[in-house]
Write a protein that binds this ligand. Structure first.
Ligand SMILES: *Cc1c(COP(=O)(O)O)cnc(C)c1O
Length: 377
């Protein structure tokens, strides 16, 4: 019986990744930059419809530089989705800015536009807004963009989990001024580790901003023969080898989205009748990439989320809780939180991320559903 992962790296059967890496070796473009980096940026911008893209060492680095590009400085307030991975919020503190956490809504599991409206009343001088597309579910970008445009505040979309997700026919990460993607090991496609910042401002401005981001990401080295620095820089650029893996992975992204969606549909079909189980929300006019398949178990159900996780663990299958909201994290205990009925905390308490590995066979999915059904007797 093979171990079943939550979501593990899945290289192409065709070996595209190795072809791009081989080319990098053959031309000795191992580091730092080179053709794969340039092409990966172009290909990702073309796939998502973003104006321009900059390849970086991690999604976290991309969020950090997006905040800088948006002009966030020490003491500034940034509205950040409360229900998320800590990597969304951490970079706000790198710039000594102040995160204010915004609760989710049940319709999207992402930033509540109503709570966002209330946050603007309390903090009219906010400098940026950071919604997330959790588990590949799109946030309500129609209302979030309307609110933020009305207040003239830049939006940075954390699309780290939502590559391949479309909302109203447009790719997530391309609604806000900036969008961020991650190619970390368990994301829908991976480069072993890496990230991308996209900019969606009009053409010339987008090129200027991504240029600035590449500059910061390469130690803020001024264009001089000697090493000249007027600003603090970072070592955040993606290597040419890593970008080669990304180019290969992009070729199978649509296939991976189809597989992830099929896994989710399988769970819906085979667990949907169990009392108290419900599934993450899907809407007309959206295509979620279903990065992870997530269920909710009603509080009055005799089976607890922890029971499901323990049973799966005994069956050699990996699952995990829903992200623990940031306002409940000890490290952010002093930060303000705008609640919407504590939706995020409820999703955390009642949620389970089921095994969502695209290498799973139908037999393995059957086995997982059998384990879960067994708990209901
Ligand atoms: C993975 C992830 C990130 C960070 O991406 P890294 O590439 O791991 O730095 C940020 N936000 C969310 C929501 C993520 O899931």
């Amino acid at each position: 019986m093979a171990h079943i992962y939550l979501s593990s790296p899945h290289m192409s059967a065709e070996g595209y990744e190795q072809e791009f890496i081989k080319e990098a070796f053959d031309t000795n473009w191992i580091a730092p930059l080179g053709k794969n980096v340039n092409e990966f940026e172009k290909e990702l911008a073309a796939y998502t419809g973003a104006k321009d893209a900059a390849a970086l060492s991690a999604g976290t680095a991309a969020i950090h530089l997006a905040l800088k590009a948006a002009g966030v400085k020490e003491g500034d307030v940034v509205f950040c989705q409360d229900l998320t991975f800590s990597a969304t919020a951490n970079p706000i503190t790198y710039e000594k800015a102040i995160p204010v956490f915004i609760d989710s809504d049940l319709e999207t599991w992402n930033m509540s536009p109503d709570a966002l409206e209330r946050a603007f009343e309390k903090y009219p001088n906010v400098k940026a807004v950071l919604p997330v597309h959790l588990y590949g579910l799109p946030a309500n970008m129609e209302r979030i963009m309307e609110i933020c445009r009305r207040h003239g505040v830049p939006v940075i979309e954390d699309a780290a989990e939502s590559l391949g997700t479309y909302y109203h026919g447009q790719h997530t990460g391309t609604f806000g001024d900036y969008g961020v993607f991650s190619f970390n090991g368990n994301k829908i496609i991976t480069t072993s580790g890496g990230g991308m910042l996209v900019c969606n401002l009009e053409e010339e401005k987008a090129k200027e901003r991504t240029g600035k981001v590449r500059f910061w990401a390469t130690q803020a080295r001024e264009p001089a023969r000697h090493y000249e620095h007027k600003e603090i820089g970072y070592n955040y650029r993606m290597s040419n080898i890593v970008a080669g893996i990304g180019r290969g992975q992009l070729k199978v992204l649509e296939q991976r989205v189809a597989q992830k969606r099929k896994i989710f549909a399988y769970y819906q079909e085979h667990l949907g009748d169990l009392a108290g189980i419900s599934f993450m929300p899907m809407h007309e006019g959206e295509r979620a990439n279903c990065w992870l398949s997530v269920i909710q178990i009603a509080p009055d159900s005799p089976v607890r989320p922890l029971d499901v996780m323990i049973a799966l663990e005994k069956g050699d299958a990996e699952s995990r809780p829903v992200w623990k909201p940031m306002h409940l994290q000890p490290v952010f205990a002093k930060c303000d939180y705008i609640d919407n009925g504590n939706v995020g905390a409820g999703l955390f308490r009642q949620g389970v991320c089921l095994p969502s590995d695209t290498k799973m066979t139908e037999e393995e999915l059957e086995r997982i559903c059998g384990i879960i059904r067994g708990l209901w007797g």
